[in-house]
Ligand binder design. Structure first.
Ligand SMILES: [Zn+2]
Length: 109
């Protein structure tokens, strides 16, 4: 059986995502492309520092930035959910995140 392709960013396999794009030795899934697009939308192309932006520009970017955080949090939660589905312990998840077992559990359970 041929080896499944896996996203180089989130490690999901081609069977776990709708689309997978390939480059030289790297793959990216549709979910990660979506997350990247939201990050790009939230970051002004000609960013010269927060202090150089008008209040209008700062306010108009706020909702996109918030949505980006939400989207990233959703990806992170499903990442942890998959580990828990595989019965990986909170201790191991905490260790991978550099936090205590208790902190990992409080944040993701
Ligand atoms: Zn991915």
């Amino acid at each position: 059986m041929p080896k499944l392709l896996a996203c180089s960013f989130c490690k999901k396999t081609e069977k776990q995502v709708a689309r997978m794009l390939g480059g030289p030795k790297v793959y990216i899934c549709d979910e990660c492309v979506g997350a990247c697009n939201r990050i790009l939308e939230a970051t002004p192309v000609d960013f010269k520092g927060w202090d150089k932006m008008s209040e209008g520009e700062l306010l108009s970017g706020l909702k996109v930035a918030d949505a980006t955080v939400d989207a990233t949090r959703t990806v992170l939660q499903s990442h942890v959910d998959e580990l828990r589905r595989r019965e990986v312990s909170w201790r191991n998840i905490g260790e991978a995140l550099g936090v205590s077992r208790q902190a990992a559990w409080e944040r993701f359970s």
